[in-house]
Design a binder for this molecule. Structure first.
Ligand code: 0A1
Ligand code: ZN
Length: 847
């Protein structure tokens, strides 16, 4: 049965653990349903902690025996852990437990995936392996022995001995239990090596299942690039003799930064041109960098408690975004990140799940691995860097590394190094960490006597998490463009701290056009009624605001189409046509400029204006827009398609992928006129997955996808990752009336292995993102998703709970849809034995 009153944990209740762990030895005897774990943990009293009973976390463990200083004891055991009486001075606690990896479908703790043992311990999975103080501020040196009849036996740190069926590992760096990892299986290594800047040789391995060897080269190169970049840009060197990455097929998230033994969802590391798209390659490079960068921002310096999650995640996302910007194109990365933030984080801030970047309470921490903690957390660091400048940022971060190496730190520690380095008071800036909600910044222009005065007003909607939001520090980057297109004022960062504030630009010969929020200098919604997006689209020097101008024109046209049944705006179509044919712009930027706001983004904009979005009207407006664009481009689409068809051998680099992206947009326009002829030709001849999948998508849209889908399935039925695309694409490209039916039909496919999170997400994650299909007026999308969440919850609460966010925007819609969604939310909540994870999510969503 579900707990009557699930426990809420508060940041303000933090107390240190009463003991330090001086050393941990673990001994694993592996067996699928009965693995034995023997532990030996040396504890010493922690003089800095208040007096407290001795408590070790432990869940789903069968205790075989326990001893203190060699004497058998009988502890009090509950479903959450164990208590016992302990000496006043240092002592050794030993225990033996039995666990069931094969029966562990939640994929937390030690579990099995395709015959391979692997672990996932963040956030609180280690307690499913043995009794331990499973909290990030308890750091210890681990020695691990693994016995098992498998060729590869891995754990953290450096190998001490390896023999057939037995391996010993020693990790010299003290770490919290959430960074523990173990892998055992029949795996093959793709080896590499890296020489650090101080000349140390590090052995690298990417371990995969036999058959996946051909998909390792790109990931290995990304790892080497990341190691070099972190030395060059952050002066961070790797600190062990070995760095291993393992690919697993069953994984709840993208990847995990376990010390020296990163574990990756196979979709986040395996790549080849035939099986992976350009977007897959870019994502893989970024995730490998992200996990590697955690070695310093997360592992060497970890979090004091889980409320501080953004300390490691916001900073590491920011670092990986800098890496991608350096490796590829900075403007393209920035624009893509803003698209992603608006699609995933803004709805969070706008709805019942709103929480600060540093939450101050939770029931289940796994529910807080959110876009707010990760992506908004990275935006906050970007703003800090903008405010203090590059040099001070670099100094403060080096001080952070020097001062806190080996610590479990807090956001206060992080801000303090900036205060000390710069002499700034960051008390107001800290609100970005403690206050929920996206600030709305409106700007009014006033022109007189050669002076342009900009009056900014900020406001943040109150939420349950932040009922009385206060003004924040907002860096607003502004430039001015003259009527003739010349830039008359280069970028200046205005620092807004008040609810309303004026900034003047004087000495101007003519009234300029203001380019505001350049490079998206703060994660806010900008309201600028005097803006002249057409002028900015033609002349802005800042790539972000230029892109934003195109987006604003598209949004205005679409909103007028939705509200008043207007036709797509000719001025927008002309402007976008000019941009697309402007060869001075790189193809990737042109492709991004052509992208219209998504359906759920438009729904969010309407909701923000107090209007009720109609999913079918939004869908229809976008369809009309695309048809009008196809007509406006005419034969130019084919010309641009040909011009951007790559003739050299496939490479997943920025230049080629930019060209393929633009050609892909052109193919979608051409398909409206040729009924799929060009798409069929591309499908038949493509030698890479980007073009194959792009063509397949167009064929489905043109209503002639069946043969291609069958051929695709035939070719790729044994490749799990490619088949995930096959499942997902059919839902993504379905007509609104059919999306739920297509998803339902796919669940009957023999390869719909619903217990695999990637496959489940391919169908249901895609359905939830198919705005018009999921919100079909019949409610069949809601009901189908609810059926499957109810089915998945007892096996995998974490993935179920994450997918409940599909319902987070339910209050935006008309009363009929609200009723349909609320019925499903209540139906799931009424399920006997519903997990704590899913209960918390849906209770918050129901509000
Ligand atoms: N720390 C990892 C993400 C991660 C978080 C939780 C997990 O299981 C609950 C797994 C992975 C990262 O930021 O990449
Ligand atoms: Zn991370």
């Amino acid at each position: 049965m579900r707990d009557a009153a699930p426990q809420t944990i508060y940041l303000s209740d933090y107390t240190a653990f009463g003991w330090r762990v001086e050393q941990v030895s673990l001994h694993f005897t592996l067996a699928p349903s009965a693995t034995r774990v023997r532990s030996r943990i040396a504890f010493a009293p922690n003089a800095d902690a208040p007096a407290q009973p001795f408590f070790l976390h432990g869940e789903a463990l069968t205790l075989i025996s326990a001893r203190i200083d060699g004497q058998d004891i009988t502890p009090d055991v509950t479903a959450e852990g164990l208590t016992c009486t302990v000496p006043d001075s240092a002592f050794v606690f030993e225990a033996e437990v039995e666990i069931d990896p094969a029966g562990n479908t939640a994929l937390e703790g030690l579990y099995m995936s395709n015959g391979m043992y692997c672990t996932q311990c963040e956030a609180e999975g280690f307690r499913k392996i043995t009794y331990y103080p499973d909290r990030p501020d308890v750091m210890a040196v681990f020695d691990v022995t693994i016995e098992g009849d498998l060729p590869v036996l891995l754990s953290n740190g450096n190998p001490v001995s390896t023999a057939q069926g037995r391996a010993e590992w020693h990790d010299p760096w003290p770490k919290p239990a959430y960074l523990f990892a173990l892998v055992a299986g029949d795996l093959v290594a793709h080896p590499g090596s890296f020489t650090t800047r101080s000349g140390r040789e590090v052995a690298l391995n990417l371990y995969v299942r036999p058959g996946d060897e051909g998909k390792c080269a790109f990931g290995m190169q990304a790892l080497k690039d990341s190691m070099k970049w972190d030395e060059d840009v952050y002066a961070r060197e790797y600190d062990l003799d070995l760095f291993n990455i393992v690919a697993v097929d069953d994984f709840n998230m993208g990847a995990m930064e376990n010390k020296g033994l990163n574990i990756f969802n196979s979709s986040a590391v395996l790549a080849s041109p035939e099986t992976s798209t350009d977007m897959n390659f870019e994502r893989i490079e970024a995730i490998i960098a992200h996990e590697y960068f955690h070695n310093w921002t997360g592992n060497r310096i970890t979090c004091r408690d889980w409320f501080q999650l953004c300390l490691k995640e916001g900073l590491t996302v920011f670092r990986d975004s800098q890496f991608t910007a350096d490796m590829r194109s900075a403007p393209v990365k920035r624009i893509s990140d803003v698209i992603d933030l608006r699609a995933r984080q803004f709805p969070e801030d706008q709805g019942p799940l709103a929480h600060p970047v540093r939450p101050d309470r939770f029931q289940e921490i796994n529910n807080f691995y959110t876009a707010t903690v990760y992506e908004k957390g990275a935006e906050v660091i970007r703003m800090l860097k903008t405010l203090v400048g590059d040099e001070a940022y670099a100094q403060a971060v080096q001080l952070y590394f020097d001062r806190h190496d080996g610590d479990a730190a807090t956001i206060e520690d992080w801000l303090k190094v900036f205060e000390e380095t710069t002499g700034r008071d960051l008390a107001q800036f800290k609100r970005w960490y403690t206050q929920a909600g996206t600030p709305r910044v409106s700007v009014a222009e006033d022109w007189a006597d050669g002076t342009l005065t900009l009056t900014f007003t900020q406001s943040t909607a109150p939420s349950a998490a932040s009922p009385d939001p206060q003004p924040q520090v907002i860096p607003i980057a502004v430039g001015l463009i003259a009527p003739d297109g010349a830039e008359v004022a280069t970028t200046r960062v205005l620092e807004m701290t008040e609810a309303t504030q004026r900034f003047a630009f004087d000495g101007l010969a003519q009234r300029p056009v203001a380019s505001i929020l350049r490079d998206f200098s703060a994660p806010v919604v900008l309201d600028h009624p005097d803006a002249d997006p057409a002028h900015l689209l033609a002349h802005d020097t800042d790539p972000f605001t230029r892109w934003e101008a195109a987006r604003t024109l598209a949004r205005r046209s679409l909103l007028a189409q939705i509200r008043d049944g207007a036709a797509p705006d000719e001025a927008y179509l002309d402007g976008i046509h000019r941009v697309a044919t402007d060869r001075s712009l790189d193809p990737a930027t042109r492709a991004l400029m052509m992208g219209a706001p998504g359906q759920s983004e438009l729904a969010g904009v309407l909701a923000e204006h107090g209007e009720t979005p109609d999913p079918m009207a939004i869908h229809a407006a976008l369809e009309d827009m695309r048809a009008a664009m196809a007509a406006r481009f005419g034969g130019d689409a084919m010309m641009l398609y040909a011009e951007n068809t790559v003739t050299e051998a496939y490479a997943p680099d920025a230049a080629q992928s930019g060209q393929r992206a633009l050609a892909g947009v052109m193919l979608s326009l051409m398909t409206r006129g040729d009924n799929g002829t060009a798409a069929q030709a591309q499908f038949d001849h493509a030698d890479n997955m980007t073009q194959k999948l792009g063509a397949l998508a167009q064929l489905i849209t043109a209503g002639r996808g069946d043969a291609a889908l069958a051929a695709f399935e035939d070719r790729w039925r044994d490749d799990r990752l490619v088949m995930d695309k096959w499942f997902g694409l059919q839902v993504a490209r379905a007509q609104p009336d059919d999306a739920a039916d297509v998803a339902q039909r796919l669940t009957a496919h023999p390869d719909f292995n619903w217990q695999n999170p990637n496959r489940f997400r391919a169908v249901f994650g895609t359905l939830a993102m198919h705005h018009a299909g999921f919100h079909h007026a019949s409610g069949k999308g809601y009901a189908l998703l609810a059926d499957w969440l109810i089915k998945l919850d007892p096996l995998n609460p974490q993935t179920t709970a994450r997918m409940c966010s599909a319902f987070q925007t339910w209050k935006r819609y008309d009363t009929e849809r609200q009723k349909l969604m609320k019925t499903q939310i209540d139906r799931i909540l009424a399920t006997p034995g519903l997990s704590r994870d899913t209960t918390e999510m849906l209770t918050r969503i129901a509000g």
